[in-house]
Ligand binder design. Structure first.
Ligand code: GLA
Length: 581
């Protein structure tokens, strides 16, 4: 029988049993000019397949407005050209440490807790999105000459909900749009997760970082036959701002990989190559133990993941340890790794001497200001990634009282009568010094990334409760939004007149850096606090002195020989220069 299929015990290609040695690499986290190199690295490690998610919110910024959906097709073509198979996980929810788990903000803002259920309004949007994106996949299935061998339904649905009707409806949508390769679900190796996330007639797989024998034993209780697969073998992990950098020992990970393969199972390394959360697309978790209802833990910009192929595309000790294990299961000798991409030829610095105050940036690129009875959320203002300036008057005369924000997500730099008065967060929502009336209060509120996992996925950003003086709500709030996407209109940024030296004040800093011979680099921002950086109009992502990440990855293809433009949008306290090395 022709094609790829799920057999009684194994996956089969053209009637022959095969083991999938797959690795995750997200096209949206790797510069397109570097895909070929990274895919060749994965082949050289011993993989025969690549897995990618598809982030809906990246591709449908507004309902019915689509952005470069074709990039998925281009990636799948690159996978085929690299001689690899492909597994596609189109969500609609993807988790993935990605803003809102991939769900558009306009959708979760509208449907709230009805997301990821059989709700017709939600499913209507999913259906329209699938009709738009799936042609990229359908024409590239293996039996049609493409690399795609399997497609996932939802993502770890059993870690979230129990609406089997919903999972079935999604599977039917995929089938109706022409997906003919096998479908599958993936879940944690727990009974309730497998019960909640899998559906009859669709292959079930499990996700774990170690303990393959136990994990597969659980899966077998639910599925007595069928190939075994660990769809996410967590060989590394991700970092949160302000927390310790997480690493996983290479030998320990290689031993866990060996255990999976010794079970006769297939595997997908999560991640094989992690890449970068460019342009502020990193998501966030909620701490607080099993309920995931505690403090916000925003994800850093790097998605290096301590993966075998690091953020720069280099082979790590984990790469060589995995290659040794995978070589034993390969059908032919493994190819050598490709030559590494060029690195920047030497360190260079740029003094960012031009400065535009935040207000002027808002004037040039922001939404019009409007007044609302109560502060609108980011969702109500249609802001995905970016910030909102809320302005409110404390009427006077009145005594000095504490000023606080209810439901602040996530962080506000506060000014009282033009002077900086402090930084508020969800956990510390009250200004240190009381405020007397009459006063004009401005709160510059920033989202640090929407929650992508657990019961609070999809929660709103901005001021979701209200602004309080003493216990009195302050009404009549003016709001103005700055979406990060506005910076795609690079010419507008260039046209804003400089107001001289910024001397550390918040705003947009600009300068140029001279590069002799471009190549991969890291960007350091000594003395800067928190914001975003663009090089030649490419948004490298968020920087934050909270660490643990201290430099940002600059893909070589972003740089050019000669002058390179650098913009830094600093939201708290800026430095003087940036350094590329
Ligand atoms: C789960 C999700 C993935 C990712 C990992 C952690 O398994 O399915 O998308 O979030 O956790 O990196």
């Amino acid at each position: 029988m022709n094609g790829f299929r799920v057999g009684e015990d194994d996956f089969e290609v053209d009637g022959r049993p095969v083991r999938l040695l797959s690795g995750a690499m997200h096209y949206f986290r790797v510069h397109e000019a570097q895909w070929g190199h990274r895919l060749a690295m994965l082949r050289a490690m011993g993989l025969n397949c690549v897995e990618t998610y598809v982030p809906w919110n990246l591709h449908e910024p507004r309902p019915g407005t689509y952005r470069d959906v074709e990039v998925l097709g281009r990636f799948l073509d690159a996978v085929r050209d690299a001689g690899l198979w492909a597994i596609v996980r189109p969500g609609p929810y993807i988790c993935a440490e990605w803003e809102n788990g991939g769900l558009p903000h306009w959708l979760t803002g509208a449907v709230g807790a009805r997301a990821r259920t059989r709700d017709e309004e939600y499913l209507g949007h999913v259906g329209r999105w699938f009709r738009r994106v799936l042609p990229q996949v359908v024409g590239r299935q293996r039996h049609r000459g493409g690399p795609v061998i399997m497609v996932q339904v939802e993502n770890e649905y059993g870690s979230y909900g129990s609406d089997g009707v919903y999972v079935r409806r999604l599977a039917d949508l995929l089938l109706a749009e022409g997906v003919e390769v096998p479908l599958f679900t993936s879940d944690g190796p727990e009974d309730h997760m497998l019960t909640g996330g899998s559906i009859p007639g669709v292959l079930a797989t499990v996700n774990f970082g170690s303990g393959a024998r136990a994990g597969f034993a659980t899966l077998r209780r639910h599925r007595p036959t069928g190939p075994l697969m660990c769809m996410e073998f967590w060989c590394g992990w991700f970092d949160h701002w302000g927390a310790e950098h997480v690493v996983r020992d290479a030998e320990d990970a290689a031993a866990a990989l060996r255990e999976i393969l010794e079970c006769g199972a297939s595997v997908n390394l999560y991640m094989a190559h992690g890449g970068t959360n460019f342009a502020g697309w990193a998501g966030a978790n909620r701490g607080g133990g099993a309920l995931h209802d505690g403090e916000l833990q925003p994800d850093v910009t790097s998605y290096d993941y301590d993966a075998p192929v690091d953020e720069f595309g280099r082979a790590t000790p984990k790469f060589w340890a995995f290659r040794e294990v995978l070589a034993e299961y390969a059908s032919a000798p493994l190819p050598d790794p490709p030559p590494p991409p060029p690195s920047l030829d030497g360190p260079v610095s740029a003094v960012l001497s031009e400065w535009v105050p935040l207000d002027a940036v808002l004037d040039a690129l922001g939404s019009p200001e409007a007044e609302y009875a109560v502060p609108p959320t980011f969702e109500e203002l249609d802001v995905d990634r970016g910030l909102v300036r809320y302005a409110v008057t404390v009427p006077g005369p009145r005594e000095p009282y504490p000023l606080s924000v209810r439901g602040l997500r996530d962080r506000a730099v506060v000014y009282v009568d033009g002077a900086r008065a402090g930084v508020l967060t969800e956990g510390t929502p009250t200004l240190l010094d009381p405020v007397a009336g009459h006063a004009r209060v401005e709160l510059w509120v920033e989202s640090l990334g929407r929650v992508n996992y657990g019961p609070r996925t999809g929660e709103a950003k901005g001021i979701t409760g209200g602004i309080l003086h003493e216990r009195q709500y302050l009404h009549g709030v003016r709001a103005r939004a700055l979406r990060l996407d506005a910076f795609d209109v690079a010419s507008a940024v260039r046209a804003i007149p400089s107001a001289g030296a910024g001397e550390g004040r918040p705003g947009l800093y600009r300068g140029t850096v001279e590069v002799h011979s471009p190549g991969d680099a890291s960007l350091a921002l000594p003395g800067w606090t928190r914001g975003f950086v663009w090089v030649n109009g490419f948004n490298l992502g968020r920087y934050w002195s909270a660490g643990p990440q201290t430099t940002l990855y600059v893909p070589g293809p972003v740089l050019r020989a000669g002058a390179n433009e650098v913009w830094v949008l600093e939201l708290e306290e800026g430095g003087e220069s940036v350094r590329l090395a």
